[in-house]
Ligand binder design. Structure first.
Ligand code: UDP
Ligand code: MG
Length: 311
């Protein structure tokens, strides 16, 4: 076997027993045709089904298949990170196990890389099959991110991309815990280009991203690339102070120059509740940042490998 393959394909796997064999077959078929020396690194993110057995069988038959198995579920981004840490190729392609990322696009990614691009990303074209809700929320998220973060983040950017060795080296040197890879890739620079692709429906199994997980993912993205939410408290506080200043002037005017009196505990109560609510919200915002600082400060490893096969 070739010592240093030209291409490494990194695949995070979390309960994908119905997908790994098909993915392996399709990726090898494509790469065999192009004649590229390659390895496939499956990162088992603590699967509870037969995924690991399937991957072990593949590795026993084909020495180009390698498996890293986590001690528990650490998450998609951590799995990608482990794959990059272990990849030996001059170029590394990351793709999902569920065949939503078409292996047929690999030669096109390689061609762009040979042209000299160090990051060849992909952009999902609007798939009819992703629900209205998912596409609307994702659109809102990319809009918000580009407004407040200052890093370029093309809408629909997928975790299906080719990275040059130099980029992999840069990324593996960044050990932050909140690994919002799309943002990091935008942040590091290099020569980047994007190819559009049509996302296929999932081959087997169900999505591993529940709504709450997506929300956490989005929060990670925002907090690791923008401190705007923290500053928002200043602006909102200033606005409220300004309004209350004018209201105070009005109250004094009524008291001094008219016979009317300012009435109503309702307005007082509303003002108190409103300000109380705003304060709690911003305490929460501070808490989001603080908890992430705490997580980083602990310096725990990003993932724990229980077993490696084929290395
Ligand atoms: N995945 C993972 N760990 C997780 C969740 C997901 O390794 O905790 C993998 C999953 O097996 C798949 C990829 O990440 O290969 C993308 O997940 P999924 O297809 O469920 O996400 P979606 O395409 O629905 O956004
Ligand atoms: Mg998927």
């Amino acid at each position: 076997m070739n010592e240093n393959p030209e291409l490494s394909v990194v695949v995070p796997v979390f309960n994908e027993e119905g997908n790994v064999s098909e993915l392996y077959a399709r990726v090898t078929a494509v790469l065999q045709k192009t004649g590229v020396a390659h390895e496939i690194i499956f990162v088992d993110d603590g699967s509870a089904d037969a995924s690991l057995e399937r991957m072990g069988e593949l590795s026993a038959r084909d020495p180009r298949v390698k498996v890293i198995s986590f001690s528990r579920n650490f998450g998609h981004m951590q799995a990608l990170c482990a794959g990059l840490d272990h990849a030996a190729g001059k170029a590394v392609i990351t793709m999902d196990a569920d065949l939503q990322h078409p292996p047929d696009l690999i030669p096109a990614l390689m061609a762009k890389w040979r042209e000299g691009y160090e990051v060849v990303g992909t952009i999902r074209e609007e798939a009819t099959e992703t629900g209205l809700f998912k596409s609307a929320t994702s659109r809102f998220f990319y809009w918000l991110m580009s407004r407040i973060s200052g890093t370029k983040l093309p809408r629909g950017a997928a975790d299906f991309r080719l990275l040059d060795r130099s980029v992999v080296q840069t990324l593996t040197g960044m050990r932050e815990r909140a690994r919002f890879l799309r943002g990091l890739i935008g942040w590091i620079g290099y020569r980047q280009t994007f190819l559009p692709y049509r996302a296929d429906p999932r081959f087997a199994g169900q999505t591993k991203y529940s709504l709450s997980r997506m929300l956490r993912f989005a929060l990670d993205g925002i907090t690791s690339f923008s401190s705007f939410p923290l500053k928002l408290a200043t602006y909102v506080g200033a606005c409220i102070a300004l309004v209350s200043f004018f209201y105070a002037a009005y109250a004094i005017y009524i008291r001094l120059f008219t016979d009317r009196a300012i009435t109503g505990w309702a307005s007082v109560l509303i003002a108190v509740l409103f300000v109380g609510g705003v304060q709690l919200i911003f305490l929460g915002v501070i808490g989001e940042y603080l908890s992430r600082v705490y997580e980083e400060a602990k310096q725990r490893p990003l993932y724990i490998v229980r077993r490696k096969i084929g290395f």
